[in-house]
Design a binder for this molecule. Structure first.
Ligand code: CMC
Length: 380
C-alpha cells in the first residue's frame, strides 16, 4: 500500500493559523505590542479601561470616547440575583470552576446572547469583563459566609474589584498594582486559551461559549495556573537560603520551576518586570519581604544557567507574590488572570468571526486498520 508521509507539527508550534492585528510578540527579544503599542508604555502610562478600549477598537480613545466606554463598563458590573444563587450552590468548587459556571449562566440573562454581530460581541465583551470581577469577588465572599458587596460606580475596574473582594476601598497604590496586572494580562496572541476560544468562535458559536472555553483552557498549570504554583513554591522554599537547593532537587526529579519558561519567549517575558518592583515594594510595606527575596534568589542565582536554554521568568513569576501581598487567596490567582484576559479573548473572537474559517486540523491515525468485529461471546 502506498503511504504519503505526514508531517506532524506537535503542539502546532511554529504554525501561523491566521493574521491578527491584536498583538505582536517577538519571543527572541521579549517584545510585546498591543495594537502596535509597546506593553511597557501601556503598563506605565495607560489604564486597564484605556487599554481595553485600544484592544477592542484598535486605537487609543479620545477623552470623550474613554469616558463613554468606562461608563458602559461600570454600568455592567451588577450580576443577576439568579447567578448569585448559582454561585451559592457551587461555592465549594474551585474559583475557576465557579467563574466558568457563572459565565455560562450569564448567557441566559444577556440581551445579546444570540446576536453575533461585531457590535453585539463588543457589548458582550464589555459586559463580561465587568461581570467577571463581580462573580469572582461575590464567590470569595459567599464561600466565607459573607454577603456580596454591591459594586461601587465611583471606583475604576481594578479598584472596584479589590473593593468587592474585601468590602473596603483599596489604597491608590494597591488599586494601581491591580490595574497594571490587568493591563499586562489583557491579550497575548494565540496562546492556548485564545486559540481554544477561536476554535469555538470558528464554529460560529457565541461569545459566552468562547469565553467559557477560554476559562477552561486557561485553568491548567502550564498556562494560567502557574502564578498559584509559584506562590506554593515560594512557601515550600520558605527562606531565601533554601532556594538553590529547592531548584537542584526539583530539576533532579525532572520537575519544573514554576514561573520560568515560555512557549514563545526565549528571553525575559516583557510583562514580568511590571510586577517585579511592585512585589518588592508591597512585600516591604506588608512586612513580608521574604517572598521577593526568595524569588530574587531563584531568578538571579539558581535559574541563571537556564537562560542559555531560553528559560527566563514569565508573567506569572512575580504575579503570585503580588496577589498574595494584596491579600488575595492563592486559589483566586487564575481567575484574576482570566478576568484580565476577557478583552483579549473577545478581540480574538471578533477577529476570527470577521473572516471566519472553521478551525479543523488533522490527526494522523496510527492505530490498527480494518479489524474484524468479534461477537461478544467470542472475545477473550
Ligand atoms: N523548569 C524547568 N525546566 C523547564 C521549564 C521550567 N519552568 N520550562 C521548560 N523547561 C525545560 C523542559 O524540561 C524541557 O527540557 P528538555 O528539553 O530537557 O526536555 C525544555 O525546557 C523545553 O520544555 P517544553 O515544555 O517543551 O517547552 P515549552 O516552550 O513548551 O515550555 C512551558 C513552555 C510554559 C510549558 C514551560 O516553560 C513550563 O512548563 N513552565 C512552567 C509553567 C509556567 O510557568 N507556565 C506559565 C507560562 S506563562 C503564562 C501564560 O502565558 O500562560
Amino acid at each position: 500500500m502506498e503511504t504519503t508521509e505526514v508531517q506532524i507539527h506537535r503542539g502546532l508550534r511554529g504554525i501561523y493559523i491566521d493574521n491578527t492585528q491584536a498583538s505582536f510578540i517577538d519571543g527572541n527579544v521579549g517584545k510585546l505590542l498591543y495594537r502596535g503599542y509597546d506593553i511597557h508604555e501601556l503598563a506605565e502610562k495607560s489604564t486597564f479601561e484605556e487599554t481595553m478600549y485600544l484592544l477592542l477598537h484598535g486605537q487609543l480613545p479620545t477623552r470623550a470616547q474613554l469616558s463613554a466606554f468606562d461608563a458602559e463598563l461600570r454600568a455592567a458590573r451588577p450580576i443577576p440575583a439568579e447567578v448569585i444563587q448559582i454561585i451559592r450552590l457551587v461555592q465549594r468548587a474551585h474559583p475557576m470552576d465557579v467563574l466558568r459556571t457563572a459565565v455560562s449562566a450569564l448567557a441566559a440573562f444577556d440581551p445579546d446572547v444570540t446576536n453575533e454581530s461585531p457590535e453585539a460581541i463588543l457589548r458582550k465583551g464589555i459586559r463580561l469583563t465587568a461581570q467577571a470581577a463581580t462573580v469572582v469577588a461575590a464567590h470569595e465572599r459567599i464561600r466565607h459566609g459573607l454577603d456580596p458587596v454591591p459594586p461601587d460606580p465611583s471606583l475604576n475596574h481594578a479598584g472596584n474589584f479589590l473593593y468587592l473582594l474585601r468590602g473596603k476601598r483599596p489604597d491608590p497604590e494597591e488599586a494601581k498594582t491591580m490595574d497594571v496586572d490587568f493591563i499586562i494580562h489583557a491579550e497575548h496572541s494565540s496562546n492556548a486559551s485564545a486559540f481554544a476560544a477561536r476554535v469555538t468562535a470558528s464554529t460560529l458559536s457565541d461569545l459566552h461559549s468562547a469565553i467559557v472555553t477560554g476559562i477552561g483552557t486557561l485553568k491548567g498549570p502550564l498556562h494560567g495556573g502557574a502564578a498559584e504554583k509559584v506562590m506554593e513554591m515560594a512557601e515550600a522554599i520558605g527562606q531565601p537560603e533554601r532556594a538553590e537547593e529547592y531548584v537542584r532537587e526539583t530539576l533532579k526529579s525532572h520537575g519544573r520551576i514554576m514561573g520560568f519558561g515560555h512557549a514563545v519567549y526565549k528571553a525575559e517575558d516583557p510583562r514580568a518586570r511590571h510586577l517585579r518592583d511592585r512585589s518588592k515594594v508591597l512585600g516591604e510595606k506588608r512586612g513580608e519581604p521574604q517572598w521577593f527575596q526568595i524569588l530574587t534568589v531563584l531568578e538571579q542565582k539558581a535559574m541563571v544557567p537556564y537562560r542559555a536554554r531560553g528559560i527566563y521568568v514569565n508573567v506569572d513569576f512575580f504575579a503570585g507574590s503580588v496577589y498574595h501581598l494584596l491579600g488575595i487567596p492563592s486559589d483566586l490567582f487564575i481567575s484574576i488572570f482570566a478576568m484580565g484576559r476577557i478583552p483579549g479573548w473577545t478581540l480574538q473572537v471578533m477577529e476570527q468571526q470577521a473572516h471566519n474559517m472553521l478551525l479543523r486540523p488533522l490527526l494522523n491515525y496510527t492505530g490498527p486498520m480494518d479489524l474484524p468485529y468479534v461477537p461478544m461471546d467470542q472475545r477473550r
